[in-house]
Design a protein around this ligand. Structure first.
Ligand code: FPP
Length: 249
């Protein structure tokens, strides 16, 4: 890494001071367009996208972020061609196999949100082992959203509460925002402070709709494979300049 990148990274960090977000969530978009611009197959963009994710996870650890959530596979991504889904699963396998040692040693706790049980059995096993292996870590929590959709997550939460009511364990009056929060995959995590989407698209795409209720939104034109340490630092510097009011004055 160039010393110039590192210098700008440190400057952005210092400028940020106390207003570092606790929870940053990223919609990693633009892998396909990155590849297309280079006349490469889409999988080459995804491969470079994994490399970008690796850099950003390391940077998040160096910065002392508490939680980093990455949207790696949405419940709508099943609509892609079978070959691309298979490529993405292959990259996920490799990411876990190749990176779990480094993550474990760096004090990263790996978590997954979404219905990843629907993946192939060997991928489910790899994920479960990786989660179990890093369970005791507490420096940074890396949350990977896999087969995740926010509306499904909320419907699942409503169903869980309805079942409790049906069993007579919960009164309908007790269905509060807090009670619903507790049904979500993210129950014990802080809410998202900063949501970043790359590639110039300005949509939430069914990602953490509840958890981003008061998040600052940042849309950047950079395609995900080109996003790295410096872009993360710039995003945090932008966050540091914002005034958050949470509905107050
Ligand atoms: C968006 O690009 C990216 C995805 C569909 C998710 C895949 C993400 C990675 C491979 C990187 C992270 C992986 C891990 C395992 C942490 P796109 O295909 O939608 O791009 P496009 O909109 O330009 O076509």
């Amino acid at each position: 890494m160039s010393s110039e990148v590192e210098r700008r990274f440190s400057t952005a960090l210092e400028a940020n001071g106390a207003s570092l977000p606790r929870h940053v969530a990223i919609i990693m978009d633009g892998n396909g367009r990155w590849a297309k611009k280079r006349r490469l197959p889409r999988v080459a963009g995804h491969r470079k996208g994994v490399e970008a994710a690796r850099q950003v996870v390391r940077a998040a650890g160096d910065l002392g972020l508490e939680v980093l959530t990455l949207y790696a596979f949405s419940s709508e991504n099943w609509r892609r061609p079978a070959e691309e889904i298979s490529d993405l699963m292959g990259l996920l396998r490799r990411f876990i196999i190749d990176d779990i040692d480094e993550l474990a040693e760096a004090g990263v706790q790996l978590r997954v949100i979404g219905d990843y049980q629907a993946f192939q059995a060997d991928v489910v096993r790899l994920i479960d082992d990786a989660i179990a292996r890093t369970e005791g870590n507490s420096k940074t929590t890396l949350v990977i959203a896999l087969n995740y959709g926010s509306q499904n997550e909320l419907a699942r939460g409503a169903r869980l509460l309805a079942e409790q009511v049906q069993r007579g364990e919960l009164s309908p009056d007790a269905i509060t925002a807090e009670a619903l929060s507790q049904t979500l995959y993210t129950a014990d995590l802080p809410p998202v402070d900063l949501l970043i989407r790359t590639s110039g698209e300005r949509r939430l795409s069914n990602f953490l709709l509840w958890q981003t209720a008061y998040a600052e939104l940042l849309f950047v034109d950079t395609l995900w494979p080109d996003f790295g340490r410096e872009e993360l630092a710039a995003a945090l510097a932008d966050f540091g300049r914002r005034e958050r009011r949470f509905g107050g004055l």
